[in-house]
Design a protein around this ligand. Sequence first.
Ligand SMILES: Nc1nc2c(c(=O)[nH]1)N[C@H]1C(S)=C(S)[C@@H](COP(=O)(O)O)O[C@H]1N2
Ligand SMILES: [Mo]
Length: 335
Amino acid sequence: MNFISRKPFDPSLHKLTDESVYRNRGLQRREFLAEMGRSSLGLGAAGLLLGGSLPGCGQHKPDEQKLKAAAQVDIPKAAQSHYPAKRNPAFEYGRDETDQQAAAIYTNFYEFSTSKQTYLYVDDFKPTPWEVTVDGLCAKPTTFSLDDLHAKFDLEERAYRHRCVETWAMCVPWTGFPLAKLIEMVEPTAEAQFVKFDSFERPTEAPGMADSSFPWPYSEGLTLAEATNELAFLATGIYGEPLPKQHGAPVRLVLPWKYGFKSSKSIVRITLTGKKPGTFWNIVNPREYGFEANVEPAVAHPRWSQSSEWMLGTRERHPTVKFNGYGEYVAKMYS
Ligand SMILES: Nc1nc2c(c(=O)[nH]1)N[C@H]1C(S)=C(S)[C@@H](COP(=O)(O)O)O[C@H]1N2
Ligand SMILES: [Mo]
């Protein structure tokens, strides 16, 4: 029996001031700011030089023209008619929504750049036409076009919190449908236990893929139970519009109880398997990026604390909550 009201956000989550955060952790303000800037996936101090605009210091002025171009993703006419989709009232942020531009100018997408300004590097990327193949241990392997993804599933909008392993966070409305619906459609066999997600691999369109030290294509994995949890969402849109390139056009995962790197962008293949798949960040650095990667404030990343997070746009700080506040939906899978 569940007596807790269906509100996935813990209201005890008051805002923290910068000061209370660095004081609690015995840091000086300048050490705290340096730590925030350094929190780059994989790269340590190099990340700071390569792109981390230091929160609190000179923010870059957005290139309006490039932003517009990156959002110009011409999905088929019939698919366009699904935007904006109706908001599902079961999900609320419990915080202010992140400004659309603040989210668009600060994204992780290593295929294009290790900087956060990935929208500056997506000119050559062609997210249409696009197909997603669902295969592996299932009775009905299927390849879906963008038209199929919009016509065969009921699109809805969900207000979700997002927490990157690097400590930045955002609250954004995604358009899409539960991943469970897609998996149901291909009829997994009894042997299927994991789901693997492969992103696109087109180095001529994605300059970051020239770095052969990364195990391209970007890939991720979930247990079948996680992939069919009602929170796991396949998104084709954000802020009521088709996904701009830098957010993972034309189709991406959204897993709000896990660190952001699990939410693969620009997916081309979804494979049901019997064994745990290797995953991009886990291969790059298994000590720092686990397979499960559930949001867990009590477990520090080897290079920084996970106890609090800061919001894109406002830089407000909040204490981080276990499962990003979605325990009501997902805790049962881990007990
Ligand atoms: N293919 C691919 N997917 C990816 C990434 C990436 O570099 N490549 N970065 C991940 C990380 S670290 C995060 S936090 C989220 C960020 O999503 P957003 O940039 O749309 O906010 O995308 C994830 N999905
Ligand atoms: Mo991330």
